[in-house]
Design a binder for this molecule. Structure first.
Ligand SMILES: Nc1ncnc2c1ncn2[C@@H]1O[C@H](COP(=O)(O)OP(=O)(O)OP(=O)(O)O)[C@@H](O)[C@H]1O
Length: 597
């Protein structure tokens, strides 16, 4: 297959020369056209569909084309012969003469003219815009002949001077053909690599695209088009600008321009997507950005990623004056300065709230608060976890469920956590020591999480704050349900203070919520008492289940249940009878039966 070349000659003579030489090049398929600067560009555009491999041109025209065409542009050089020829021609000129050219040409001309023992005045130009002014000055000095490149000569003629073009000779054009062949070989190798990468990107589930600052997409893989619901091959359908797809595109570009990676979360077609923006490459004229898109939903079964504002922003929003609670807050404030922090305590004690307060207290602030919950300790969850963490910069990560991984994965993640830059607050239901004893965490993770750990006390340990919490939740629920409840009856409060609160503040909030929902007046009245389970702080378990030996007789089983309920109700027979759904008299009779039996 021949290499397809478009040769754009800035002057007629070069076109003729190129045409005569083109036929000798058996491995090149050369199209030759004449055009200078913009004119040449217009010719290129007209022939764009012919898919040339390489463009050949000269001087300013080659430079202009290089900025506007995707193919490599090979330049026809000015050889020593070219200069020699021109100097030989002009050396006997009678008129006053000056050469106007770019530094590389001037240097060569000076060297050759010294060899030939001729003295030719010259002016060096650095950009084309200077040419016209220099020609005017030359004219004022009485110069009659200008020696230079096509643009210079054109302008010299415009100002009524004689122009002598430094023309490219045969050997320069042939050299350009050779150069084009070399460039093509390099291009072939690069293309092979490019195609391999393209095939890889094609297979990738993740969406990848390349766009400029205005969000115009120049490349997208099928994954990207699937996520964005852009159907058809690129080019077939007009790619919408990313500005239309992501309303906060410009602010993300801003973040990226400040040398950060920008991450955002969008919902498209019911899918929660994470997209990351970064600078891909800067070329001479514009910045290119890459966009990576992946679905969070797919990973949700193993690792849940929630990206939201923390529930509170400062320690002053954490309620409670009980000693235990205050101690926890003081410890958390101190631990806030650490890179890796552990919070542990029963479910619903407010660990996430404390994490939010830590995040809010940081100076300088972190950009993100991200909640990562390990649902299953699978290898998939592990790689997603490290992947998610490496995608976050300048964030506070609230991480739950590390104990679900096996010891080896825990060790790997421990080393990983130490190296990553974000603040990580780990949350556990039990203390590091208890988890180590039980084998829930291995030695390496234990060492990591026991360094800066804070115990968040259960509600049972801060019962003096119960009233305050209830009032706070009533206020919250009034707002939710549009009620104006101002307080709670003492009987209800008393029963609540006897309750076990295994679900802690979370359970309390739910209970207050149900009270507020059904209350008609300004107070939470005794009619809600039936909604409080009669499970006291000393009960065996919150759900009220106990193990019974079913090898006993029915009567013995009944007796066992009665005794257990009685014990839980501190031997108060009325309360035990009520819980068992029998009258006090029946209970008394049943108790008596055993004594007699
Ligand atoms: N300081 C607080 N003031 C008011 N309400 C709070 C406070 N801390 C926690 N809560 C309430 O308790 C609920 C549970 O809190 P949070 O989610 O922080 O608990 P957690 O210990 O992280 O729970 P889990 O271990 O189950 O994830 C919150 O939804 C909120 O209603």
């Amino acid at each position: 297959m021949k290499i397809k070349i478009l040769l754009l000659a800035p002057y007629r003579g070069l076109k003729e020369l190129a045409l005569s030489l083109a036929s000798e090049q058996t491995d090149l398929d050369i199209t030759v056209k004449e055009g200078d600067l913009e004119e040449a560009l217009a010719i290129y555009k007209h022939l764009e569909n012919e898919k040339f491999d390489i463009i050949i041109s000269r001087g300013g025209t080659a430079n202009l084309l290089r900025d506007h065409v995707p193919q490599p542009v090979v330049e026809i050089p000015l050889s020593g012969f070219d200069l020699l020829r021109t100097l030989t021609l002009v050396k006997d000129y009678k008129g006053k003469l000056e050469m106007v050219a770019f530094p590389n040409i001037c240097d060569d001309v000076i060297a050759v003219s010294h060899l030939m023992g001729i003295d030719i005045p010259y002016t060096v130009i650095h950009e084309e815009l200077q040419v016209e002014g220099i020609i005017r000055q030359a004219k004022k000095k009485g110069v009659q002949v200008i020696v230079g490149d096509t643009v210079t000569i054109r302008l010299a003629k415009k100002h009524g001077l004689q122009g002598v073009l430094i023309t490219s000779g045969r050997e320069s054009v042939i050299e350009a053909f050779h150069h084009a062949k070399q460039v093509y070989q390099v291009l072939l190798q690069a293309n092979k690599k490019y195609r391999a990468y393209e095939a890889l990107l094609h297979e990738l589930e993740e969406g990848i695209a390349m766009a400029d600052e205005q969000g115009r997409i120049s490349f997208s893989n099928p994954g990207f088009r699937r996520f964005m619901q852009l159907f058809g091959e690129p080019g077939e359908t007009a790619n919408p600008s990313l500005v239309e797809l992501f309303p906060d595109w410009m602010s993300m570009v801003q973040t990226v321009n400040e040398n950060k990676k920008a991450i955002s979360y969008v919902n498209i077609g019911g899918r929660q997507l994470q997209w990351t923006l970064g600078i891909f490459e800067e070329d001479r004229h514009r910045r290119l950005y890459y966009v990576r898109i992946k679905s969070l939903r797919d990973a949700e079964d193993e690792l849940e990623i929630k990206y939201a504002q923390p529930p509170v922003h400062s320690f002053t929003q954490i309620l409670g004056s009980a000693r235990e609670g205050k101690k926890a807050i003081e410890q958390a404030k101190k631990a806030a300065a650490e890179h890796l922090i552990t919070l542990y305590g029963e479910e619903g004690t407010g660990k996430k709230y404390i994490a939010g307060a830590i995040h809010g207290s940081l100076e300088p602030k972190n950009d993100w608060f991200i909640e990562l919950t390990v649902k299953e300790g699978t290898p998939g969850a592990l790689s997603r976890l490290t992947d998610a963490l490496s995608g976050i910069e300048n964030g506070t990560v609230y991480l739950k469920g590390l104990e679900k991984f096996d010891e080896l994965s825990q060790a790997a993640i421990s080393r990983w956590l130490e190296r990553q830059p974000n603040k990580v607050i780990m949350s556990f239901k039990e203390s590091p020591e208890v988890m180590l004893d039980k084998g829930a965490v291995g030695q390496e993770l234990y060492e990591l999480i026991s360094k800066h750990s804070v115990y968040i006390p259960s509600l049972r340990e801060r019962m003096e704050d119960l009233d305050e919490y209830i009032r706070y939740f009533i206020g919250k629920c009034n707002e939710k349900y549009g009620k104006q409840i101002v307080g709670i009856r003492n009987d209800v409060l008393e029963r609540m203070s006897e309750y076990a609160w295994k679900g802690n503040l979370e359970e309390l909030e739910q209970m207050v919520d149900s009270f507020v929902r059904i209350s008609k007046g300004h107070y939470i009245e005794n009619d809600v008492l039936s909604l409080i389970p009669s499970d006291t702080g000393k009960s065996a378990s919150r759900s009220g289940t106990v193990e019974i030996d079913i090898h006993q007789t029915l009567e013995e089983i009944e007796q066992e249940i009665i005794q257990r309920v009685l014990a839980e109700e501190k031997m108060n027979q009325s309360r035990a009878a009520k819980r068992l759904g029998i009258t006090r008299a029946t209970l008394w009779r049943k108790l008596k039966e055993t004594k007699n039996g």
